[in-house]
Design a protein around this ligand. Structure first.
Ligand SMILES: CC(C)(COP(=O)(O)OP(=O)(O)OC[C@H]1O[C@@H](n2cnc3c(N)ncnc32)[C@H](O)[C@@H]1OP(=O)(O)O)[C@@H](O)C(=O)NCCC(=O)NCCS
Length: 396
């Protein structure tokens, strides 16, 4: 007989062991890494004859949405060890969790999916996208000349907490889907063993400085003749062009790779030979609208308008039905309604449109949204439009 409940302090270490087995990770990984953001009350464990065989967790975290930043549930550590997979354990945990998050009054939940096939069935939708790039060195010329009067200097990993968090914050301002890297994570990165190891593959930090101010930084590693950009953040065109040029021109490298670029990154438009940049797209964060009325009310809207949206949500009866939304750049009101709908769509697709990852018109063409009144798709697209598409450069 399986039992599902939250864990006690003594069960924390066995809980992390079950997760390690599920992911195939080392059992001796330090469980204390998780402890600072671990909330026992928000943990879930499935026990089989007293032994933990699966678990999940969530914690409150801030995420940017169009126009503002709100507290949401960061869902993580979903794991079922291989002795117990495909018996519905994750399904039980996910159903339990979504009701728990609703009771806590959290309007949205977010997670990072190990596989993109898993979470749509629980009402999660793609909340942000990113691109992965590769380019050969000989094709990295810019289409025009860029002047960058500043200088690039290496940053000692011990000092990354000084200027880099502010550059991250300024670069991502106004963009939905962002989790700011918390101070303890910068601190942890500054002490990561990889900086201390010799040989290839070590992590380097370099910053662009102009007029005494740090306007950008890049984190990269070199393996064989490939330079891999982990993160490149720049608040000015000068900083951005200088940092990419720096990466492209490091001696003894023949290619540059970048792991997580926003889909609207300017670099492809700056290159003289843009076809040479190989781009592949991937899902970033997955978002679940836990409470439709509350979530729609919290967002800001590009164009003032009023729409009735009908939502289908098998898992959360409180989200099923019609909602009258009146929104503008200043704020919004949203309430349950009996009026006939302008648009009909499912809860996971609402999450993607809500974040600004995709338009309602695209969903309609995919057969995933239905336009019930003339021009409703265009009106919804204008209302939910975002200046910068969502991007999630840093996981929680
Ligand atoms: C992913 C994981 C949590 C699934 O747990 P589980 O208890 O086996 O899932 P369930 O039995 O509740 O499966 C529910 C449905 O999802 C499907 N599913 C679950 N994991 C899947 C996967 N990795 N690939 C494809 N389908 C999957 C199941 O086939 C099932 O479909 P059905 O309802 O049509 O039969 C578990 O396999 C695991 O821990 N994997 C390794 C760690 C991991 O990837 N964790 C997720 C981190 S985001």
């Amino acid at each position: 007989m399986l039992e599902m409940r939250s864990i006690s302090p003594e069960e924390f270490v066995p809980w992390t062991r079950a997760e390690a087995r599920a992911h195939g990770n080392r059992l001796d990984d330090d469980p204390e890494m998780l402890r600072p953001r671990f909330d026992l009350d928000r943990s879930i464990a499935v026990f089989d004859q007293g032994e933990i065989v699966g678990g999940a967790h969530s914690h409150s975290i801030e995420m940017s949405i169009p126009g503002t930043t709100i507290a949401i549930a960061g869902v993580a550590n979903i794991a079922v060890q291989p002795t117990h997979t495909r018996q519905g354990l994750m399904t039980r945990m996910m159903h339990h969790q979504i009701h728990d998050l609703h009771e806590r009054g959290e309007p949205l939940a977010a997670l990072f999916a190990s596989e993109s096939i898993i979470y749509r069935r629980f009402g999660y939708g793609i909340g942000s996208l990113y691109e992965r790039w590769t380019i050969d060195r000989q094709h990295t010329g810019y289409a025009r000349r860029y002047e960058s009067p500043g200088r690039i200097r290496f940053v000692d990993p011990a000092d990354i907490s000084n200027d880099l968090p502010e550059v991250f914050r300024r670069t991502t301002a106004g963009r939905p889907g962002v989790f700011q890297r918390p101070p303890h994570q910068w601190e942890r990165d500054s002490q990561a063993p990889e900086h201390l190891q010799g040989g290839q593959g070590g992590l380097f930090y370099a910053a662009y400085e102009e007029g005494g101010r740090v306007d950008g930084y890049v984190t990269y590693r070199i393996t064989s003749t490939n330079l891999c950009v982990n993160e490149l953040m720049a608040t000015t065109t000068e900083a951005m062009t200088a940092l990419w040029r720096f990466c492209f021109d490091v001696d003894r490298t023949s290619s540059t790779e970048a792991l997580k670029r926003p889909v609207d990154d300017p670099l492809p438009w700056m290159l003289a030979d843009p076809r040479r940049l190989q781009r592949s797209i991937r899902d970033g964060v997955w978002v679940r609208v836990v409470d439709v009325a509350a979530a729609l009310k919290l967002r800001r809207y590009m164009q003032p308008d009023k729409l009735v949206i009908e939502i289908k949500d098998d898992l959360c009866p409180w989200n099923e039905g019609r909602f009258e939304l009146e929104g503008s750049p200043e704020g919004a009101e949203c309430r349950a309604s009996n009026s006939s709908p302008d648009l009909v769509l499912g809860i996971s697709d609402l999450a993607s449109a809500y974040m600004g990852a995709v338009s309602f018109s695209t969903f309609a063409r995919a057969g995933l949204a239905e336009e019930r009144t003339p021009n409703a798709l265009l009106r919804a697209d204008c209302m939910f439009a975002v200046q910068y598409p969502p991007w999630t450069p840093c996981n929680f």
